[in-house]
Each structure stands twice: as structure tokens, then as C-alpha cells.
Design a protein around this ligand. Sequence first.
Ligand code: SF4
Length: 363
Amino acid sequence: MQSPEIQRRVSRAVRVGALTIGGSAPVSVQSMTNTPTSDAAATLRQIDALAAAGAELVRVAVPAAADTQALGDIVKRSPVPIAADVHFHFQRALEAIDAGVAKIRLNPGNLGDRDQVRRVIRSAAGAGVAIRVGVNEGSVVDRSDPTRRAADQAKPLHELMADKLGEYLAVFQEESFDRLVLSAKSHDAFTTVAANRLIAARWPWPLHLGVTHAGTAATGAIRSAAALGALLAEGIGDTVRISYAGDPVPEVTAAWDLLAALRLRPRRGVDLIACRTCGRLQTDITPIVDALQHALAGVKAPLTVAIMGCVVNGPGEADSADVAVCAGAGKAILYRRGVRLRTIPADQIVQAVLAEVNDLAGQ
Ligand code: SF4
């Protein structure tokens, strides 16, 4: 059965170290460390963990000179390109470029002085460094002038974000700087979608998608999936960051799950399909699924495992899964790639599934 593919917006290809964002490159996954960047050892440990989980670019904050001083070591030892996140101090951007980062994240609204922005652009151009120009909902209203503030607040927020990005881009265009990635983030999924639709229609550069201040894992994952999923399904977006409070490694796993769900990237590891359970259930499969979720976490092969509680949907899921079980009262039928292998006791489901998965993963 043929499935329709998402038609992606054609954007300009931008090199970021060894990574390409935009053009025909697959949608990339990125994340950000939450260690003090000045602590190079701790930051590198987190970068390694993020890269192992599938991050293809990692951003680090550089609020102080001590942070940019640590960047040289971090850039040299990182397995993936490093982006420096700069706010307020243009010197940090110049220092980060000197330290060898592949990309700078700049919110020109937080720098204030166009000449400072020009200095960063010229330095990045000379070093072959990309710049992400980002607008955040929180920094688009001009509060310095009451007239301007009233005019800004009268506009729909997504239009204001796109217009503000246009103001920022003017200086990059005057400098003929083309190695750009654009972003517009809000904590609100609807605003994020509307702003990125406008931006995708106005400019040719690749888009970094994300939701800002998304909250905890529970709320952040849903907000991000709503906003990023809607945009990606329309073909908008060239690199994604799912962000929420706490350990950033699960953000990377969630981003891969989202891209795999939309068939934009191959799945990393096992896709575990489990029946939701209902009154037809004759064997309690919840502890079995929990045990398998844990045991399969380390498998890197892109396999599908289906654990079904009865014969209603079980054989259908087994057809499209690499390994499947269809449970009955105290026993289960084991399938491999749609072929019925044998009937096993219910208390052997976990070990039987693991044996088939390990066999397939080793092929
Ligand atoms: S597979 Fe069977 S037990 Fe599980 S939810 Fe579906 S009908 Fe219910």
C-alpha cells in the first residue's frame, strides 16, 4: 500500500559545520545544554549524551566571557557542531566565532545597536559561520516608545513576529549575508504555527522550529507536538528542537519520535505498539509492555513490536510489525514479520519477544 509523503517547502541549503540545514537535507534534530558552559567537562558530558540520543547540532548558552573561554575546548571535542546562544552582549558572539562555533543564535532585538549586529555579521561571514535570526514572542513589542508600543500591540502577534523578523533581516540583507536560519517561537502553539507559516511564505531561508517556555515534559511535549507537528505536516521546518524543563536528552528522543511519526526521518530504535486494553483482555499485558519498554530501550534497530491483548486487532497489527504477540487467556501467539511462529505461555512473552528482536537486530 503506497502512503502519500509530506511535500516539503523548498528552502535554501545552509551549511552548519558538517550539517546541512534546509535544501534537500532531512529535517535535523537539535538540542541545548543546561550546564554552565564555563564548565567544559560537564557540558561535554551532556553534549555526548545528546549526540548519542540523536542530536545533530547542540546549542550552548554563552552569557559570560567565562563561557566563551570554554568554547574552544568544547568545539574541539564535541561529536556534533556547536551553536552559541547569544543575548545582549555582541562581544560573546565575536568570541564564540573566534572559538570555532558553527552557528550563532542571535536575537537582534536584544542587541539594540545595528553596528554591533553588523560586526557580528561580518565576523561570521569571514569565518563561514551560520547565524540563526530568531524572534521570540516575549521580545517583539517595542516598549521603549509609547507610540510604537501601541502600534505593536494592535497587530496580531504572529504578524508582529514576522514583521519584526523582517526588520532584523534588513541589516543581514544589506550585508549580503546568506548563511541564515530563521525562527519564530512563542509559548503558544497556535501563534508559533501562524508565525512560521507567514515566515515560510516570505523568505527562502530554512526554518528552525520550536516552542519556547513550553513548561514541563508533560505540557511541553504536547505543545511542541501540536505546533511542530502541524507545521511539519505542511512541509514547513528544516530543523527542530523540542524543549521542556529538565534533562534535555528526552527532548531529542521526543523530536525523533515526532519526525518518525510523520515519516520525515527513520525511526531510531524500537516502535512499541501496545493495545490500550479493554474488557476483552484475558491476560494483563500492562506489566509485559512496561518490561519490554525498558528492555528494548537500548535497541537501535528501527523495528516495530506490537503487543496486543486479543484477536480483535492483534493479527492485523502482527501483519505490519516485525515482532508481535496476540495474547489470549494465559497464552499468546508469537508472530515474526506477519508469519505465525508458535503459541507460547503468557509468562514467556517478554523473553520470546526479546529473543526475536535481538535476532532481527543482529541481522
Ligand atoms: S487488542 Fe483487544 S484487548 Fe486490546 S484494546 Fe484492542 S480489543 Fe481490547
